[in-house]
Design a protein around this ligand. Structure first.
Ligand code: HEM
Length: 335
């Protein structure tokens, strides 16, 4: 019996039994398809991955092209034919340095946009976060090429801080996406999460032919509490839960793809849609369960992230001031 995904969640064969936790869909509930797991969100993720690859491509291409220069010992570099071009104060090296500095300073606009509400006209917080991530991952590569892949002295310390900030950003981002958010990047209220989950359960039931209570049972996540776990254990548990969610989803997909007595197998597009909704529902229910623990660890993360970011900022500002004042580096305007 083929089932269709109705926008009103009302296919006649779906038995609307009130489940133990999530019951009828209120008329105001946001359609699940509009949630953060929409195809548009998937396209955004691909777009981000392409942007990260593209922004690292230029410095990596320069590194590959000038490898004989970068691999040479310091004394050998001075006599290398590419020295005038690739040295940190040469056209390519300096160009990448200026680009890295511009992106690094740009990184500080994210906390500014977050706190200063009237800057909302500059775009949703979620979009700012995405640009922050792309720039934050590209900066260490761009700056490393500017520095000729050498990290010594004060600026070496600054680079290390920047690298730590960038690496820790990956952990921060992992925690950030474990807090339920709407498309604009703002945290969802429990009411909004409940509304979206109810809509998801009904949509999954409509698409899969299972009754809502059965959908809930199949998608139930590990009920063990996160309370009392230290930050490292919390992160470890989050990782494990994410992996086991993936396994449960694969199992469900295999089961739904098989013909069942009294139900014809689900077609491919419908199966894909069901799995997308199921993935979102499981993620949301797990995020709600561990919200308190995630917020706690995210709080620690903020405290650890900030001093490294500030150290990197101070080192970068000193480095630029020294390069301009003592090294005589200036913009080649009017020369
Ligand atoms: C040079 C690199 C980077 C710098 C200088 C930087 C700087 C900052 C600063 C100053 C904040 C605000 C901290 C606070 O409010 O306490 C922040 C927040 C954040 N950054 Fe970065 N960052 C960098 C790279 C990254 C990367 C690579 C990622 C992710 C892969 C990332 C993810 C985040 C996240 C998730 C937040 C918290 C957002 C929130 O709570 O709303 N950052 N970053």
């Amino acid at each position: 019996m083929p089932v269709s995904i109705s926008p009103m969640h009302a296919t006649p064969h779906v038995e609307r039994t009130p489940g133990p936790r999530l019951v009828a869909v209120p008329p105001t509930a946001k359609p699940a398809a509009a949630g953060a797991a929409s195809p548009r969100a998937a396209r955004r993720s691909y777009g981000d991955a392409i942007a990260i690859a593209a922004s690292c491509l230029l410095p990596l291409a320069v590194t590959a092209w000038g490898w004989s220069y970068y691999a040479a010992p310091l004394a050998g570099r001075l006599r290398h034919p590419l020295h005038s071009l690739l040295r940190p104060s040469g056209p390519v090296g300096l160009g990448l340095g200026v680009l890295g500095l511009a992106l690094f300073l740009f990184m500080w606009l994210y906390p500014f946009r977050k706190t200063v509400k009237w800057l909302a006209w500059t775009g949703p917080l979620g979009a700012w976060m995405r640009v922050h991530v792309v720039a934050g991952l590209a900066i260490p590569v761009i700056v490393a090429v500017h520095a000729g892949w050498r990290f010594e002295g004060l600026i070496g310390m600054g680079y290390l801080s920047m690298f730590v900030v960038s690496l820790s950003g990956i952990v921060g981002r992992y925690l950030y996406v474990h807090i339920p958010r709407s498309r604009n990047g703002l945290e969802m209220s429990m009411e909004e999460v409940g509304g979206e989950r109810r809509a998801l359960i009904t949509d999954i039931a409509a698409a899969s032919g299972l009754v809502p209570a059965e959908v809930e049972r199949r998608l139930a996540v590990d009920p063990r509490p996160y309370a009392g776990l230290d930050p490292a254990r919390t992160l470890w548990r989050m990782l494990r839960d994410d992996l086991s969610r993936g396994r449960m989803l694969s199992e469900l997909q295999r089961e739904l793809a098989k013909p069942q007595p009294g139900r014809s197998p689900i077609g491919r597009p419908q199966l894909r849609e069901t799995m997308r909704l199921a993935r979102r529902e499981m993620a949301l229910s797990q995020q709600v369960r561990m919200l308190e623990a995630t917020r706690r660890v995210f709080g620690f993360w903020h405290v650890a992230h900030r001093p490294f970011a500030i150290t990197a900022l101070i080192a970068v500002l000193i480095h630029v001031a020294v390069a301009v004042v003592v090294g005589g580096i200036g913009l080649p305007i009017g020369r």
